[in-house]
Design a protein around this ligand. Sequence first.
Ligand code: BMX
Ligand code: MG
Ligand code: CA
Ligand code: ZN
Length: 343
Amino acid sequence: DLDEPLQKTFCFPPVKDPISQDIDHILETQSALAIDLGGTNLRVAIICKRGNIEKRYIQANPKTFEARMQLILKMCKDAVRDADCLNCRILGVGVSTGGRVNPQEGVVLHSTKLIQDWSTVDLRTPISNALHLPVWVDNDGNCAALAEKKFGHGKGVESFVTIITGTGIGGGIVHENELVHGSTFCAAELGHIMVSLEGPECSCGSRGCIEAYASGLALQREARRLHNEDLLKVEGVDMKISEPITAAHLISAARLGNSKADAVLNKASKALGVGIINILHVVNPALVILSGILSSYYQAPVQQIISERALFSAQSVKVVTSDLEEPALLGAASMVLDYATRR
Ligand code: BMX
Ligand code: MG
Ligand code: CA
Ligand code: ZN
């Protein structure tokens, strides 16, 4: 990003006469501060009303509650300062986080060990006290669904689900135009749909969850296993792997003809596809939107399994990949942009 240092050097709140202040106020874009807390990263972004990401910040998500809270507040303060220079007027803060969330209270109720030290956490009070802004909080998969509804393929669709693959697998359900939260805010934890009685261990403590087969973390684990057993090589191709092994290596090995890598990915796709069929048979959505790192890989096999194994009446469902860059962040912003401007 070439103009970043320049912007830093020359950015200070200008002193202006009242008339140009008035004009500036009109020209300011109503914006939101969005935060996304995942199994790997902590992201913050300034997002304007139309859904453009004006500026983005990314750090590793700290492992302890104290360090995490401290970093959130620091990143937010930096972003609020930068927003001023970008002429973005921040209306509030939207937080997307892994874990079960009570959005009415702005509290993270419980998290799997994907985010450690993250249960019974009031996010609204400290963030709103530090920044003097209203704060909205929801689960990351639910936020992704809100983003699809406002900016993506979910626009105008009464009933759809979204599955977002990252470190884990997040889910969101929009039914009759409303997000489904459930009786104890545990609805739409779609990563923990179980597709086998035995199956691999999941970070939630159970086994056979689709997250344990098809998430970024699950595929990375399998890629490492194959790599350590010297099975990730492709005959006739020089696959030097010096960087850390990820799901991407598994996909490229499979594409180059590695049958072990192909088998792992097939199983992951099957698990995900069967999990999605279970969703179809419970909520019968019109649309399934896949997003995140592996969505374009999974789309075709999922569609295929649905045509083979879903009940006839559920087969009309469309499976698409999201065209949003950052669904969780955009959804976090949409809570602010929709509610802060509502009269
Ligand atoms: C886990 C779970 C979900 C979350 C999903 C995606 C926690 C902390 N997380 O299944 O609530 O939606 O991961 O998370 O309980 P990500 O880390 O891939 O963004
Ligand atoms: Mg995430
Ligand atoms: Ca969810
Ligand atoms: Zn699980």
